[in-house]
Ligand binder design. Structure first.
Ligand code: RB5
Length: 184
């Protein structure tokens, strides 16, 4: 499989170990960095992994930071990414089977190295169950962004309508008060 992996500076060594582990299992790995311990920001690497997966250059992604929380949130903002932050093997299996998750989030300072390897193995081995129910749920998740954008558009239009009617009301008041129509 082709796997994209990224991390922040807190867990570089842990990511490097995971790269070695994955290559040892025969996977092709895109190591997106970071590559040292210099302070950096996890959204950079979460984004890189997310894009590599959403463009289908990689089959799956793995993101690691101290807790896994920051980089998972970042990667999940990339359209097409379904990410699960996982701390146990059953969750890894469920994320693949039910959600068709394509990126695995790990907390390198929370979960031990052996467990992270087991979780990764399970995540990569489990198969998505393409049932009608799962498909519908995934579609609903995918539509959330669009629905939210529609709501925002509507709120903006309402706000605009209200502003215009307030402005017109005030204009009419002033027009009547100062008999503006009669002056022109
Ligand atoms: C360090 O930036 C730390 O906040 C990060 O590794 C992670 O734990 C955040 O969720």
């Amino acid at each position: 499989m082709k796997i994209s992996i990224g991390c922040d500076h807190i867990v570089t060594e842990i990511k490097n170990e995971m790269v070695k582990y994955l290559k040892g299992k025969g996977h092709e790995v895109f190591d997106e960095g970071t590559f040292d311990n210099e302070r950096t920001h996890y959204p950079i690497y979460g984004r890189k992994v997310g894009l590599r997966v959403s463009s289908k250059e990689a089959d799956f992604g793995i993101v690691i930071c101290g807790t896994g929380v920051g980089i998972s949130n970042a990667a999940s903002k990339i359209p097409g990414i379904r990410l699960s932050l996982v701390r146990d093997v059953l969750t890894a299996k469920t994320a693949r089977e039910k959600l068709d998750a394509n990126v695995l989030g790990l907390g390198g300072r929370i979960t031990g190295a052996g467990l992270m390897q087991n979780i990764t193995d399970e995540f990569l081995a489990a198969q998505y169950e393409k049932t009608e129910e799962n498909e519908k749920l995934i579609e609903r998740i995918n539509n959330l962004k669009k629905e939210n954008e529609e709501i925002k558009k509507e709120e903006f239009l309402n706000f605009w309508d209200q502003s215009i009617s307030k402005y017109l009301k005030r204009w009419n008041e002033l027009k009547n008060k100062f008999k503006i129509g009669e002056m022109i």
